[in-house]
Design a protein around this ligand. Sequence first.
Ligand SMILES: Nc1nc2c(ncn2[C@@H]2O[C@H](COP(=O)(O)OP(=O)(O)OP(=O)(O)O)[C@@H](O)[C@H]2O)c(=O)[nH]1
Ligand SMILES: [Mg+2]
Length: 329
Amino acid sequence: MINCCIRKIFPEIENLSNGLIKGDTRSIAKALSVVENCRDKGELLINRIFLETGKSSVWGVTGPPGSGKSSLVDKLIEKERSLSRKVAVIAVDPTSPFSGGALLGDRLRMQSHATDPGVFIRSMASRGRLGGLSNASFDAVKIFDAAGFNTVIIETVGVGQSEIEIVELSDLVILVLAPGMGDDIQAMKAGIMEIGDIFVVNKKDKDGAEKMKTEIEYALSLKEGHHKGDRSNVVMTSAKSGEGTDMLHREICDQVKLSSSSGGLRERKLRNTKKEIERIFNMKISELFYEKGVMSSKIEQAAVEIQNKSMSPYEFVGKEISLFKGANK
Ligand SMILES: Nc1nc2c(ncn2[C@@H]2O[C@H](COP(=O)(O)OP(=O)(O)OP(=O)(O)O)[C@@H](O)[C@H]2O)c(=O)[nH]1
Ligand SMILES: [Mg+2]
């Protein structure tokens, strides 16, 4: 139904969709720009290609800055390509869209695949300074999926919001840590142990790697639901020399297989879809309220009144919601 309407109204979207579904590189690049820069068109595009999605294996790679995520992704691309699987990488830049620093680093690290038509690497800006994933990153996964990429890898720096959101976007999360980066485990233990499906101690060539592995295993053993004798999912690698990266790739594939057959993957996808609906709802609802910039000036005015104790913040928000409901009856 929806697709039929889009065809009539937006031949441009129709052409773009057809192109990307065929795997045409230029159409994919253009579609990514559309979801980044033009929300309305982006939504139509996603509606149009939606039936073609759901086939890719989506891996999240996260961890502190400089732990070796891009270097490892480079090795994972290599492994996937040796199995003739097409790979797309979304490197989410945590800094401002204008700084370009991290983008350059990530591109350089994965440069060896720049001319391979079976590999598509795209940097995307994060949402705001805390590094939450932008809407466009969620859409980009669908675009690569519809374009026939077997594997989509999303690299985010494990700071702030993106760390939690990466779980909502991927089938499995690989958490990359490295020794010599301060009290990482202690500082991040609580949050981080929840999000990782596979833990990597990268830079195993450096001092402290073994100790770090033991610490992670200990932290994992304290986790609820952990049974003595459970298989360890901590892998040691050196992305620089390539040591351990085969084992990491095997562990990823094993986990994907296991969660597919146990029904765990289906459950996770369902959970993630619910989160996605909530995210879109929240976005649309706040857009409705903030439309045309009227609300910003109202808030500015109300802040003064609230400071003067003329009303409470609840009273202000309650009044605005009543006004909104009245206007939409
Ligand atoms: N000694 C050693 N250095 C490594 C290893 N893996 C990566 N590095 C180096 O660590 C630095 C950071 O590597 P990246 O792959 O860019 O790390 P990243 O986690 O993607 O960094 P950001 O995206 O900036 O957060 C680079 O100088 C790499 O050469 C390793 O196994 N051993
Ligand atoms: Mg990187």
